[in-house]
Design a protein around this ligand. Structure first.
Ligand code: FES
Length: 508
């Protein structure tokens, strides 16, 4: 189950329907659910005490992004230069692991040839202690027992993932002789059992920054990539490695849009890094009908000159009311991050929203306005509210401020950017034009924007296969100039500017 509020009975996102006789509602049930829902057996599963056999239906089913097929698309042909002892006879395999706050991803590689034998992804079971990093950390710092539980959960999930990979590849556990680990700093520390108390308070100091081999019970020799700062972790270093940010003459911006966005800028041989706390809006959090990209999520919205046209991820329930565009047969249940960004771009283009983010009664699509002008109807039963648009503004404003501050520190403008790389699953699916139209990204030619998939696991694979890739990762992390956004003198001014949407030129 997803438990964004940390199982506190406050978010309604963990609903189940008890089939048969439902237990008495809890106080949180009474507060969160309507009498009709209660009568139909709906309960908050985080509050539900299982005192006998119960049969429940999960609403909605928890899914990883079904579109996450491109695991580490950047990897390409990798150099093979093993750093761990190989089996003298038979195969020697390696396990590359990327522990994310939401999901964990793994790949099984042949350490002699670099061949990828299997990939798999699953949810991070720590999510039961909160969807976002800070909720998770605040649980961990309650005590050794709580922290130990988070470590155990993620290690068990990694073991299970490795088991799946071995099964897929027809391999045996004793054939696996090395592993590599990437993840944001908190996940990296929790996996390794390192102290995390200091990550929860400014200045968010990591316990360990350098890359090194750890002994982790149940795993082979495990090389954890270095981290740069409390919120610029080994996953970002791995992405920089996979994207080759340590070489070449080009000026490159790398952005990982997530709850904790990371921004890297390489210019004139230097690497600048910052983290931009975007919050959960891009993952559907804090958006009234937000959801992760899954069946029934509106994933794209455009304005065709007369009206808004939406596209829904298939696989959900079929609509009986006709769609709000698209195929008209997939019923929309909510909206995911890429749909949200598209919707904002489409509202600007349609004149339904001004550059301050305020909904306005104008243009041919004005009939879409609902709730007295405080919401826009995207599809039957799915609305985007003024408050949702404010959350989006905060999220995109945070990422854009990170980009602007790094450009200022490097002393250049956006016109100098040769390439903008978008890492992470979200980067694969957002429309580049919408990223520029909403001001999430600076005004660059969309042709220079390139999604690079899960670059973190691609970097983990490189570091697993080669000693020199490990050295490069360490040099990247050591040489990076970390910029703390919150204390940068220009931050407030930049952030206020970044909140606004770019003005749409009439007829543009
Ligand atoms: S209400 Fe938030 S997890 Fe149950």
């Amino acid at each position: 189950m997803e438990t964004p509020c940390g199982a506190r009975g406050q978010c309604r996102k963990c609903l189940v329907r008890v089939l048969g006789e439902a237990p008495e509602p809890t106080p949180a049930d009474l507060e969160q659910l309507t009498p009709a829902e209660l009568a139909q057996g709906f309960r908050l599963s985080c509050q539900l005490r299982v005192d006998r056999d119960l049969e429940v239906a999960v609403v909605p089913a928890v899914t990883l992004d079904p579109r996450k097929a491109r695991l580490g698309a950047l990897a390409g042909p990798a150099e093979v230069d093993p750093w761990a002892p190989l089996n003298p006879t038979g195969r020697s395999l390696g396990f590359a692991l990327d522990v994310g706050t939401t999901g964990i991803a793994g790949a099984l590689l042949d350490l002699r040839t670099g061949e990828e034998l299997a990939v798999h992804a699953s949810l991070n079971p720590q999510a039961v202690y909160g969807a976002d990093l800070m909720t998770r950390l605040s649980h961990a710092i309650q005590g050794e027992e709580q922290k130990g539980e988070l470590t155990r959960l993620v290690r068990d999930a990694a073991q299970a993932l490795l088991g799946r990979l071995l099964g897929k590849a027809g391999a045996r556990p004793e054939e696996v002789t090395a592993a590599s680990l990437v993840g944001n700093t908190a996940m990296h520390h929790l996996f390794l059992g390192l102290p995390v108390e200091q990550l929860a308070v400014a200045p968010y100091t990591p316990a360990v920054t350098e890359g090194r081999v750890f002994e982790v019970p149940g795993f082979p020799a495990l090389y954890a990539l270095p981290v740069i700062a409390g919120f610029v972790g080994a996953d970002t270093v791995a992405a920089a490695l996979a994207a080759g940010l340590d070489a070449g003459e080009e000026t490159v911006l790398l952005v990982d849009v997530g709850t904790n966005g990371e921004v890297l800028l390489r210019h004139a041989g230097r690497l600048y890094a910052c983290s931009a706390p975007a919050g959960p809006a891009f993952e559907g959090g804090e958006i009234s009908q937000g959801m992760r990209a899954g069946p029934g999520a509106i994933e794209a919205v455009r304005f065709d000159g007369r009206d808004l046209v939406v596209t829904v991820i298939p696989g959900g329930p079929r609509s009986t009311a006709g769609g709000g565009g698209g195929s008209g047969t997939e019923a929309a249940r909510g909206i995911c991050g890429s749909g949200l960004l598209d919707a904002a771009a489409a509202l600007l283009e349609a004149g339904l929203m001004d550059e301050t983010g305020r909904l306005t009664h104008a243009g041919p699509a004005a009939h879409r306005l609902a709730e007295g002008g405080r919401a826009v109807a995207l599809a039957p039963g799915v609305q985007l509210t003024q408050k949702d648009l404010r959350s989006l503004q905060l999220a995109k404003g945070a990422i854009r401020s990170g980009i602007e501050v790094l450009l200022r520190v490097a002393g250049i403008g956006p016109a100098r950017l040769d390439k903008v790389l978008l890492a992470g699953a979200f980067g694969n699916y957002l429309r580049r034009e919408s990223a520029v139209a909403t001001g999430l990204l600076p005004p660059v030619d969309p042709g220079r924007i390139q999604p690079i998939g899960n670059a973190a696991i691609a970097g983990a694979k490189l570091a697993l296969l080669s000693r020199s890739a490990r050295d490069r990762a360490e040099a990247l992390a050591r040489g990076a100039r970390f910029v703390e956004l919150a204390t940068h003198p220009d931050f407030e001014e930049v952030f206020m500017e970044a909140l606004n949407f770019p003005r749409v030129r009439p007829g543009a």
